[in-house]
Ligand binder design. Structure first.
Ligand SMILES: CC(C)(COP(=O)(O)OP(=O)(O)OC[C@H]1O[C@@H](n2cnc3c(N)ncnc32)[C@H](O)[C@@H]1OP(=O)(O)O)[C@@H](O)C(=O)NCCC(=O)NCCS
Length: 180
């Protein structure tokens, strides 16, 4: 029985386990999945990312959660919330992010998981504003931001893409707690 922090109609969101390391490394080594990032990740880099997400979960009770499809128990990637501390006019902040393996695209999973994460951000974790960042090229990701009701705030230079000629800047979207 998996320990889900939240469930949607089709998905379970949870902390990471060692069983996720291999499938996550496979996703992060897929150039198509990593197309809008500086590079694909090595096994060591993807394991280190899982370690950071587990640490974040233990500290705050949330992270970019591991996502399973409930009907098949299959791990398909991550969607969730994370504190961001890199330097810019928009940080520090909590952002929402998603990365799914290719076979899980086009099913509405990212939008379904992200909408549930926004709900818990406000209701359970008492976060007042959630931001989202994507390179200007990443139309599938920007589409998710718009579908969950986020507003375009402008652009920012993310240090990770600095000097990469493929990307001009990152776009920034925001969602504020409506009760504020
Ligand atoms: C970004 C990413 C998560 C988006 O995934 P996605 O599958 O395209 O996003 P969605 O969950 O919104 O699903 C898309 C489509 O599923 C379709 N779909 C099929 N069944 C559906 C259902 N039951 N409910 C809703 N939508 C469904 C919809 O038509 C939808 O497209 P539309 O809104 O244009 O009509 C994915 O492209 C990805 O993992 N990319 C690589 C990593 C990455 O770039 N992450 C973001 C960094 S900022």
């Amino acid at each position: 029985m998996k320990n889900y922090v939240l469930k949607t109609k089709r998905l379970g969101l949870r902390n990471w386990t060692d069983d996720d390391l291999i499938p996550f490394a496979e996703m992060c080594a897929d150039p198509e999945v990593m197309r809008h990032f500086p590079k694909i990740l090595t096994r060591q880099e993807s394991d280190a990312l899982v370690g950071r997400l587990q640490k974040h979960f233990n500290e705050y009770g949330f992270c970019y959660f591991a996502v399973d499809v409930l009907s098949s128990n299959e791990f398909v990637g991550f969607t969730g919330l994370a504190h961001q501390t890199w330097e810019s006019e928009y940080t520090p902040c909590v952002d929402i992010g998603w990365r799914l393996k290719r076979s899980a695209w086009g099913k509405g999973y990212a939008t379904e998981a992200a909408a549930a994460c926004l709900d818990v951000a406000f209701q359970k974790f008492e976060i007042r504003e959630v931001l989202a960042f994507a390179t200007d090229t990443n139309h599938p990701s920007i589409h998710v931001m718009e579908k969950i009701g986020m507003q375009n705030m402008g652009t920012v230079q993310h240090p990770k893409i600095a000097g990469d000629p493929r990307f001009k800047h990152c776009v920034v979207y925001s969602y504020r707690n409506q009760e504020d």
